[in-house]
Each structure stands twice: as C-alpha cells, then as structure tokens.
Design a protein around this ligand. Structure first.
Ligand SMILES: CC(C)(COP(=O)(O)OP(=O)(O)OC[C@H]1O[C@@H](n2cnc3c(N)ncnc32)[C@H](O)[C@@H]1OP(=O)(O)O)[C@@H](O)C(=O)NCCC(=O)NCCS
Length: 411
C-alpha cells in the first residue's frame, strides 16, 4: 500500500497541497511544525508514483480523533478533512486508494464511525459514506424576539475565561442525548475560552444552577445580520425563551440574527414569530460511514425495558473485504439497558435463543440507521438496501430511535 502516515517533514508539502486544492496564501517556513496530536495525517508521496517528484505529496487527508454522541452514549469517530489530490496526479484513482487507507486506519484506531462534510457527495458515497444530516442555520428577525416577556428567576452572566468551563459542561450535558454531536473534547478542542470574537452569556437560575447559554460573534451587520449565533442551548423551553429574549435586545443595532441550529432543534419550537426562515447560504451535508458495526451498536445505551435479540447482516461492497469492520453477520442482544454485539458464531451461544428475526442492511442503510434517529422505513424510502422481519424491525427501530442526527461543528 502506498498510503502512509505523514510526519513533521511532510507538513509543508501537505500544506502546499491543501493550499493548492482549497486556496489560501502561500506556505511560509514559520508554519513548519508537527501535525496536531488530535490528527492522523495520511498521504501518498509523488515520488512513489511513476514519474513523480521528490518533496511533493500526491494525495493527502487528515483523520480527526473525535467523539460523537449516540443517544446517551459516545463513540470514537474519525472526522475526515483536508482531502486533496495534486493536479498532476488526478483522475488516476488516487482518491479511492487514499480514502480506502483512511477507512482502514479508522478501523485500526477502533473508531466506530467516520464523518465528513463532502464537497462532492458522489465520490464519498462510492466509498460507503451516507448523507445523514445537514448543517442548519436560520435567520430570525429580532422584532419577533424583542417583545418576549422576562422569565422570572433567571439572570444572565458574561462568560469569561474563568466561567468558560461552565459553558462546556452545559454543552456536554444538554447534547448528551443527541445523535452525532461532537463531544468537543481532546486536543482538537482547547479547553479554554476560544477568545477572538467569540462571546457568550450564561443563563443562571435563582439557586445558582446553570440553565443554558447563548454563544455568538458580533459581525459587521452585512445583509442586516449583526450577530452570528453559534448555539442557543437551554435546559427547558422557558430557559430557551429567556435566551431568545436576550437576543431580542440587539434589535436597536441590527435587524436579524443568524442562528446555527440542530435538526429539529427545540429552539425552533420556542421562537414566537412566524418569520424565521432557513438561511439561504449553502449549508454543507454531513456524511457518515460505519467503520465498526459492533462498536457503533454497543456504544448506545438501550432504552429502559427494551429486551430482545436479533440477527443483523451488514454488507459492504464499497471497499475491499477487511478494510473496515462494518460488514458481517452479528447477533445483537439487548437487555438491562445495554447492547451486546457478537459476530455470529463467535457468540457464546448461552442465550442466543429467542432471536426475533433478521435485519439485512447494506453499508449505506447501516450508516443512516446506526447513527440514530432514523428508522428502517426511512432507509427503504431512500432506496437503500434494507429489509427486516417484522419483530426484528420493531426491535432495532426502538433501539435506534431518538433525535435526528445533527452536527454543529464544521471541519
Ligand atoms: C476531488 C479529488 C480529491 C479527486 O481525486 P482523484 O484522484 O482525481 O479522483 P479519482 O481519480 O480517484 O476518482 C475518484 C472518483 O471521483 C470522480 N471524480 C474525480 N474528480 C471529480 C470531480 N471533480 N467531480 C466529480 N467527480 C469526480 C471520478 O470520476 C471517480 O469516480 P469513478 O470511480 O466512478 O470513476 C481531486 O480532484 C481534488 O483534490 N480536488 C480538489 C480538492 C477537493 O475537491 N477535495 C475533496 C474535498 S471533499
């Protein structure tokens, strides 16, 4: 295999490749430094290819070490970014070769999923990635918010370096039950206040409990939008109303705010006016690939009271057999709030009785479903490969039910 892990010596050639592919200023020597510890950079040297040049990376990509939420559990997820092939080496199959190595590395790292924001959906679909969500932003006229009544028993506090951890703790707590949200840990997410133009206010209850927060950047007011709101998270509907009311105070200096929201965000249900509209900017798709079916399923807690066993057969003809751990015939046992997954035949056999039937999924249906919040009927509607016996269908659908997947961070 020609793909290899890139080292500090490859950083400048890799930066030249990504600037070439995506634009940006020239690469300067000062930028030479090791890759971030949160990233696994992979690439193919031009010199290893027929007629290739020394000191040039022909194809490169980075795998982020991320964790995502899975309805109360979490799983490791390889976030893919910076995928580029040098123009001298395009249209020769290097993309597929590189991405196959990326998928294999995600598997070696024990990741359950891989996630990316595609510039082109089809080329990633061919490798088993499936659209599961889309970044969503809405434009909200502030006149709609300005007349919201005060919510008694709460007050706002400015977020400083000292109080930033309270924002992070709220984010973790209030998105823990979601599907697909990054947990924002580890070296890729610094633990301190982001600084720069990032601002936030905390909503605090009378008893001192943190109830929610609103984070934003004040912008120049282009198109009448003076505030980019990164997120509005509150424990309850009342808390979200209190935060929206605080947004309404900006109505003297700007007409509208743009708010990044999750799929079916509860915030949308708290907006009082009827003039909210989807932001017309192109919003990226979110694609996910299952790397390890057993890890993806067992990371998720089972709903209380749900019990049963099903056979799950996942097929994956998008990458060579053995590249990932998505494909296989699994026995999925759900009991006592846990999901235990064994390869068929590898299960100890002690309690494999009572199997409620089988579910067959291709790798695309598996991605759509295992990230959570969707049903086998959704996979069928999209024309993905999915079929199931009735009791097994009900069991798997119940296990995977929950909020539709959403991701707020872009990479
Ligand atoms: C997109 C890119 C990575 C493709 O690399 P490549 O090595 O030329 O691609 P391959 O030869 O391996 O082709 C892979 C598949 O993608 C398709 N493809 C390649 N470039 C494409 C393009 N610009 N538009 C649509 N499809 C394209 C090929 O037809 C091929 O499909 P096939 O297997 O069905 O024939 C490369 O052109 C590039 O670096 N572009 C600029 C940066 C970029 O867009 N990166 C991806 C960001 S998500």
């Amino acid at each position: 295999m020609r793909a290899r892990e890139l080292t500090a010596d490859d950083l400048l050639p890799y930066q030249r490749l990504t600037r070439l592919a995506f634009g940006g200023g020239p690469v300067t020597e000062q930028e030479a430094r090791p890759f971030s510890p949160g990233l696994i950079p992979l690439g193919i040297s031009s010199a290893d290819l027929p007629g290739g040049a020394d000191g040039v990376i022909a194809a490169g990509a980075q795998i982020r070490r991320d964790r995502i939420t899975l309805g109360g559990g979490t799983a490791d997820c390889g976030g893919i970014g910076g995928v580029a092939v040098h123009p001298a080496h395009r249209a020769g199959g290097l993309f597929g070769e590189l991405m196959t190595a990326v998928i294999a590395r995600c598997a070696t790292e024990g990741m359950a999923f891989s996630m990316l924001y595609p510039a082109n959906v089809a080329i990633y679909r061919a490798l088993g990635y499936q659209i599961v969500s889309q970044v969503q932003k809405v434009q909200v006229p502030l006149l709609d918010l300005q007349r919201l009544r005060p919510v008694p028993g709460t007050h706002l506090e400015a977020v400083t370096a000292q109080s930033f951890e309270r924002v992070h703790a709220l984010y973790r707590e209030l998105t823990a039950g979601d599907n697909g949200m990054l947990t924002r840990e580890g070296p890729l997410f610094p633990t301190g206040h982001p600084g720069g133009t990032w601002e936030a206010v905390l909503l605090v209850g009378e008893d001192g409990t943190d109830r929610g927060y609103l984070s934003f950047t004040r912008t120049g007011g282009e198109e009448g939008i003076g505030l980019e709101v990164h997120e509005v998270l509150g424990r309850t509907r009342e808390d979200r109303l209190a935060l929206l009311r605080s947004l309404g105070t900006w109505s003297t200096v700007t007409e509208q705010v743009r708010i990044r929201v999750r799929a079916e965000d509860p915030l949308l249900d708290a907006l009082p006016g009827g003039r909210t509209r989807m932001d017309p900017q192109l919003q990226p798709w979110v694609m996910v690939r299952v790397i390890d079916t057993a890890a993806a399923l067992s990371a998720r807690p089972a709903p209380a009271g749900l019990e049963g066993t099903l056979r799950l057969v996942v097929t994956d003809d998008t990458v060579p057999a053995g590249t990932a751990r998505a494909a296989g015939e699994f026995v999925v046992r759900i009991a006592d709030g846990r999901v235990v997954v064994d390869l068929e035949g590898a299960a100890d056999g002690s309690d494999v009785g009572g199997v409620s039937g089988s579910v067959h999924l291709d790798v695309h249906a598996a991605a759509l479903l295992l990230i959570g919040g969707r049903s086998i009927a959704d996979a069928e509607r999209l024309g993905l490969g999915a079929r199931a016996d009735a009791p097994a269908r009900a069991l798997l659908d119940t296990l995977l039910s929950g909020p539709r997947p959403a991701v707020m961070d872009q990479f």
